[in-house]
Design a binder for this molecule. Structure first.
Ligand SMILES: [Ca+2]
Ligand SMILES: [Ca+2]
Ligand SMILES: [Ca+2]
Ligand SMILES: [Ca+2]
Length: 435
């Protein structure tokens, strides 16, 4: 279910800007790494040499071949998927694939503006292809220290420092090549907030394909459906590993809660001072933002807005998905015990809260006591709303029948309500309205 939200957003229209050389005599051209040639079902690259790029082995020494790819327009990069040189299952030709590679990026189409990505002080190591239909690999960008460069990319240069030639017994051959390169826009580098209707548990999951860097986040609910008591913060739980946090979101910085401890409309925390590099959520990693009881207060309104800030200061809204629930759907109004049906048990909760004191409650807290129309009071308007919902769920007249089946009204309030509904059922004007 989560997976359906993730679209592999491969950037199209990529072209070759420039390259060191190409082995043109049998069409092993640079363009063959960005035109989809040789891809099988978009997943595997074949072993056909003319579907790959190969240098001509004269310009390059060591080898030091390069290729510059032009994304056509600027993108925030999430991921780079590479199929290394994959010729010939019989000879070890896959050993002409790139091994140690510098990756440079530029925010415009001027190669003089290319800046090298700093991969934790080193370069990137591309694994050797298999020599059979090959699935390629994702370049691991998670350790890049100047990652802000990835947020605005037009040109990407692979400066190939070495091939796998030594390992396969061709130490003096300077050819090098690649099969295909795909770039993925960072619209898929997203965290997703998942709310479990059954438990109120809120989790944040990186469903993207790359590291999600996060400096802070906020969750808003205008309906007042947030429960501070059920919230497990990154602050002191998943921040600075020196403690009390475990470092699972941010290994080296302390976070701080910014939302008011009384608020039911906002949960928010950030890594602020001293300003560090924030945290990161790995692909597939889930961060549990709840303790038992959950951070979401159940009601029929599902209005959470989730925003996250990255270390560049950019804040974006990300998807919120509600899952589970008795009918795998939002609760219906008046289902006050949240079991998926509207019946006498809900009526009992309504009666218990009728005319009750709702001072200081959020709209959703008051709703849970029977303030169905969310005006801060439980009164006759809510009673009629309950009747309407009950009959909508169980059939016209079902509410009146249910009341009459209650043998002994347990309080004078209920007795009064029973009398009231009996009156309203006889009212011609109300019957018209009800239809
Ligand atoms: Ca190709
Ligand atoms: Ca950090
Ligand atoms: Ca119910
Ligand atoms: Ca009300």
């Amino acid at each position: 279910m989560v997976g359906t939200l993730v679209q592999a957003d491969v950037i199209t229209g990529v072209s070759i800007h420039s390259f060191s050389s190409q082995y043109a005599t049998d069409n092993r051209l640079a363009v063959d790494i960005v035109n989809g040639s040789g891809l099988i079902d978009g997943t595997y690259h074949n072993t056909v040499a003319s579907d790959m790029w190969f240098t001509d082995g004269t310009v390059e020494t060591t080898p030091t071949g390069f290729v510059v790819m032009d994304l056509g327009t600027n993108h925030a990069l999430n991921n780079i998927h590479v199929w290394n040189y994959n010729e010939s299952p019989t000879d070890p030709q896959a050993g002409f694939g790139a091994k140690n590679v510098e990756i440079w990026v530029s925010p415009d189409d001027d190669v003089s503006n290319l800046v090298r990505l700093d991969n934790a002080g080193g370069d990137f190591v591309f694994p050797m292809a298999t020599g059979v239909n090959d699935a390629g690999f994702d370049v691991n960008l998670s350790a890049v220290t100047n990652f802000e460069l990835l947020d605005d990319v037009r040109l990407v240069k692979f400066q190939i420092l070495d091939s796998w030639r030594d390992e396969v017994g061709f130490p003096n051959v300077n050819y090098v090549g690649l099969s295909e390169v795909q770039f993925v826009d960072n619209t898929t580098r997203l965290p997703l907030l998942i709310v479990d209707r059954d438990t109120g548990k809120i989790t944040m999951t990186n469903v993207g394909m790359g590291l999600f860097r996060i400096q802070g986040y906020s969750i808003q609910s205008n309906a007042g459906s947030l429960n501070q008591v059920g919230w497990t913060t990154v602050t002191d739980h998943y921040d600075n590993a020196t403690g009390p946090g475990d470092g699972s979101v941010d290994a080296d910085d302390d976070w701080v809660v910014l939302s008011d401890s009384e608020s039911h409309t906002l949960l928010g925390e950030f890594q602020l001072l001293p300003l560090g590099d924030g945290g990161a959520i790995a692909p597939g990693q889930t961060v549990d933002l709840s303790v038992s009881g959950g951070a979401w207060l159940k009601s029929e309104i599902e209005d959470l807005v989730f925003k996250a800030a990255d270390p560049t200061g950019s804040t974006k809204e990300y998807p919120v998905q509600f899952v589970n629930g008795p009918n795998n759907a939002p609760y219906e109004r008046s289902d006050l015990d949240f079991d998926g049906s509207i019946n006498g048990a809900d009526w009992q909760i309504f009666v218990d809260g009728f005319l009750g004191d709702m001072t200081g409650m959020s709209p959703t807290q008051a709703y849970q006591m029977g303030d169905l129309n969310r005006d801060g009071r439980s009164d006759l308007a809510d009673f009629f709303a309950f009747e309407q919902d009950y009959d909508a769920a169980n059939g016209e007249g079902a509410f009146a029948a249910m009341l009459q089946s209650v043998p002994e009204p347990s309080s004078t309030i209920v007795a009064g309500l029973v009398a009231l509904v009996a009156m309203s059922c006889r009212s011609p004007a109300r019957r018209v309205v009800a239809r």
